[in-house]
Every structure is written in C-alpha cells, then in structure tokens.
Design a protein around this ligand. Sequence first.
Ligand code: SF4
Length: 425
Amino acid sequence: MIRVTAVEPSSIADELGLVAGTELLQVDGRPVEDFLDWEFLTAEEAFLLHVRQPDGEEIEFDIERPLGEPLGVSLEPARIRRCANRCDFCFVDGLPDGLREVLYIRDDDYRLSFRYGNFATLTNLKPRDVERIIEYRLSPLYVSVHATDPTVRRYLLRNPTAPEIIPQLRHFADHGIQFHTQVVMSPGVNDGAVLEQTMRELYQFGPAILGCSVVPVGLTEYSKHHLVREPTADECRAAIGLVEARAAIALRERGVHWAFGADELYLRAGVELPPAAIYDGFDQVENGVGSVRWLQQRIAEGTAALQGWAGRRIGVVTGTAMSPLMPMVLEPLAQATGARFELITVVNSLFGPSVTTAGLLPGTGLQSALAGRRDLDLALLPGESVNDDGLFMDSMSLALLSASVPMELRLSKDFVDALHEPVAA
Ligand code: SF4
C-alpha cells in the first residue's frame, strides 16, 4: 500500500474523489508497494484501481484515460532500503552527532539507483527485488562494485555474505539490464593489481557495463581513521595510470573511453584534468566524474543568453576541492557577462577541513563567509548543498540564511542556470 499526499486539482484523481490520505492498494489485482509499482502498473491506458479512502471505505475504479495523461497524485516518499554493509569508509560513520536523523540512514536502494543515479551495492536484494528489476526493466542501474574479487569486495563492504557481483550482474545483463559502475578506491585494499583486475573483468563482461569510474575514498574528521585512510598523491597517480590504460583499450576496441577517474582523483594526484571528450557524455557527472569539464561546457554553451550583468559583483561560494579549478571556469563567464566574479572558498566547519566538497558545506559556514559582504550584489551557492526541503547539512534553512546575509542568494548547479534573470537594481 502507498498513501496519496496530494491531489492535483481537476486531475483524473481529483475527479475520482481521491484525496490526501487515500491508500492505493492494488492495480489490476496486484499490490502497490511503492512508487515503482504505481508507475509501472498504471502505465497502461486502462486498469482497475483499488483504493481505501481515509474514512475506511474501499472502492474499485475502472480507469480509462488517454495514454500518458497523469493521474495527478503525489505519493508519500518511499521507505528507504537499508544497507546490509558496514564499509569502513561509510560517510554515515563520518557524520558528527546531532544532525538530522535521516542523515544517519545508510541507504542502499536499487529503486533510487534507477530513479536518481544513486549508487547501490545490490547486496540487500530479495528475490522479489530481482524480479522487479527485470520485469520493470530498471536500467541502467548505478552499482558500487569496488572490487570484482569476492573476498576483497566482502572485506571492503564488511559483509561476509555479500553475493558475488559478477554472477549477479550477469543474471541482470542476460535480461537486458545495463550498469554504470564505480570503484571507491581504498588504498592498500582495492587499488593496484585489484583495481586492474576489477576494471578488466568489468570491461570483459561486455556492453551491459557502460563504464566504470574510480573515486578515491573520502573521509571526515569523524571517520574510522584507524581502519581506513585516504590515498596519497602517488597512489592516485597510479590509479590514473590504470584508468587511462583501460580507457585506451576501450577506445581502440569499442570507440568509447569507458574508464574514468573522478575529478577528485586528479586533484589529489596533482594531475591536470583530462579534456571533456573523454567523459563519454558525462554519465557519472553527479558522482564527481567530469564535473569541472561539464561545468565549462555548460558555460560555453549558455553564456550568450545572459544579459544585464555588466558591472555586477557576484560571489561564488565553493568548497576547497573545486576552489583551485574555479578561476578557469569563472573567467569565460566574466568575459561573457561583464560581471565581476569573486571566488569565496569555505572550509567545512561541520565535518572538518578534509571534507572539501561544496555540496556538504553547512549553512552556518556560508553565513559566516557572507554575513559582512555588503559589496556583493549576489552570491551563488552550490545547488546540491540544500535538500528538497531547503535545508543545509546542519539543518539551517536557506530562508534563514537568506534573511541573515546582505545580498541576494541563488542556488546554482552550473552558474548559467542562476543568471538568466539579473538581480534587481
Ligand atoms: S554500502 Fe557502505 S558506504 Fe554505502 S551506505 Fe552501506 S555501509 Fe555506507
């Protein structure tokens, strides 16, 4: 059963009398467990919908509607699938106490992998989940492989019962499912020969595996430093060598690069980022793979439409990771708009300075950086630093931050998206 949280006025659901609180029980006699069942089972033009209204009355509707016309219901959020692993590098272990409860949930959910590109390990799948992935063709999925060697993978996941990943992927691939994969590289465990083997076996798996990224393990002040450490610059350079060797083979044999290093891997190695062309369409940009080149590309494509910014002073807030690379991103933007961009680098006061990602900056840190800046007309904040409810990691709201700083604030993913409307004079 899944509950309706809102109904669009004048929609089909509204005309049927569905309301917030209506329970969606079955479609064509099949139980509705979550948003996936709802979307897939109601994709036909005609179906039988069995609901329970808030007063307890159960009703069956015989629905026929033009294909593609939405029913007009919003659903309660899915209950997140908990993770079956205990990785030493888990971000949840690296959280300080006292944050929102939801941040302490270790999620590992194939449904969110399909919908939002979250990485899942597939270690918590039940037979019914396997059937659903195949029946609903949930493809591509984003999978954290880490190592194809079962012993190394179980060690990394701290899960002695984790199923072997290659046969698992094979079963899905035989039913038409494709995968984007990642390796979170923990030095001394799955780098070096293990990394070479992992990429080789995933590549040899065939076209169902669309690519593999290598992301260096990232820790906060609170992580289990006695069990895991971040890679050195030399270790990152060695990993880049393996990635680029595999990419060269893939390019020669398949015409794609297939293997990618996260931007963070290059930054830590002190190696220049590769050009945009190597990222095969930026499929893993949300995973920090090609983010800088993607940003440059977006700016190059989008600046012509930006008007009314000449002479404006714009602060660009970022974390320490992207800070050294930002000038080459902002310079063309300044030239195209005539605005003055100032980089404002904020050290993460919540997780400690080793957490360099802009998206994890706390609201209080941004407030300290911006509070006295009356010289700015606008400040651009990392779009991913607030959740859907407008809250930063430390639960400060964007509304509260906006009220406490002297300039207008805009969230932005690629700068161009936030500059279509000039600020008021
Ligand atoms: S798979 Fe590992 S890193 Fe991911 S949530 Fe589970 S324990 Fe944490």
